[in-house]
Design a protein around this ligand. Structure first.
Ligand code: PMP
Length: 307
């Protein structure tokens, strides 16, 4: 943690050691969960000793959309935020896999949960990060007893800190019951997503993921997988998935910046695809892991070099 606290972060418009980047306990965002955030990865390439940041402008565009929903007014454009993110990685002199956590938070010290006319501020911190989920083996997941928050409760397409109480309840329930991850159903009872990942299934060679209207986060990894699948000529469907359809899927995997492409071997104790990674999942995972390092000629612009 000491090393982490000495890293350079961006806070209140300046670059400073993380140990100095603090907020007052009365801060609106702390009291009401009025913070919106992103999460992105930088991949280190040992051959070139460079790092590539994965789709930073797309991540910051999503941050801007979350800000709009939550009545925040970022002063920097997605491109300017990308410049700050790249500068942060250089100032930290990273030569390893990294994770960046940019966020905008209601920074006023105010006793009222309203959104309008409350000042906000933009910060980023970074850390070294390898795998968030062990992707070498298949995950064992379970449908959660917690329902996904609805767009009319806390907007799920905005990455709002307050909404992550929902994710935390489901994730702990899953882990404490001996599973690796939770799968949420939405308020209608259809499959939504994981606690911090989108979900895909494969049936008869068709790749299926729920629509944005199933209370899912509009994931950048999901979008990337859909684009890679189309480039591979794989048929793609965005439609509702019923709970029991999970049990009879040929393949299943979760996607997210943290999880990357994590294949599922069991759902609610039912084995998927003979307990082995499926061919469509493997193809897409391998292509994704090349693309994030800038090694896919068709999607080279997804990976932005730091140095
Ligand atoms: N859903 C939720 C609830 C998440 O927190 C995340 C992680 N950001 C995702 C899906 C995946 O999104 P992305 O691919 O943009 O990381």
């Amino acid at each position: 943690m000491d090393e982490q606290l000495n890293s350079i972060a961006y806070h209140r418009g300046a670059y400073a050691p993380l140990r100095e980047c603090n907020i007052n306990i009365m801060t609106h965002a702390l009291q009401y969960g009025t913070m919106i955030f992103g999460g992105m990865r930088g991949y280190h390439d040992s051959e070139s000793n460079n790092i590539t940041l994965f789709r930073p402008v797309d991540h910051f565009q999503r941050l801007h959309r979350s800000a709009k929903i939550m009545q925040m007014r970022p002063t920097q454009s997605p491109e300017q935020m990308t410049g700050i993110a790249l500068e942060l990685l250089r100032r930290n002199e990273y030569r390893c896999n990294v994770y960046l956590r940019p966020f905008i938070y209601k920074s006023e010290l105010r006793l009222s949960p309203s959104l309008h006319d409350v000042q906000d501020d933009f910060s980023i911190y970074t850390m070294k990060l390898d795998d968030y989920i062990d992707t070498s083996r298949g995950l064992s997941v379970a449908v959660s007893s917690w329902r996904r928050i609805d767009d009319n409760i806390i907007p799920t397409r905005a990455k709002v800190a307050g909404g992550y109480a929902n994710s935390a309840l489901a994730k702990s329930e899953a882990l404490q019951n001996g599973y690796d991850e939770a799968i949420f159903l939405d308020s209608r009872g259809f499959v939504s997503e994981g606690s911090a990942e989108n979900i895909f299934i494969v049936r008869d060679g068709v790749l299926i993921t729920p629509p944005n209207s199933a209370s899912v986060l509009e994931g950048i990894t999901m979008r990337s997988i859909l684009e890679l699948a189309r480039s591979e000529g794989i048929e793609v469907q965005r439609r509702d998935i019923g709970r029991s359809e999970l049990y009879i899927a040929d393949e299943m995997f979760l996607t997210g910046t943290g999880a990357q492409v994590a294949w599922v071997a069991h759902v609610d104790r039912r084995e998927i695809g003979g307990g082995r990674i499926g061919p469509v999942t493997e193809r897409l995972r391998d292509r994704y892991l090349r693309a994030v390092r800038g090694r896919d000629p068709e999607f080279k612009d997804w990976a932005v070099p730091v140095y």
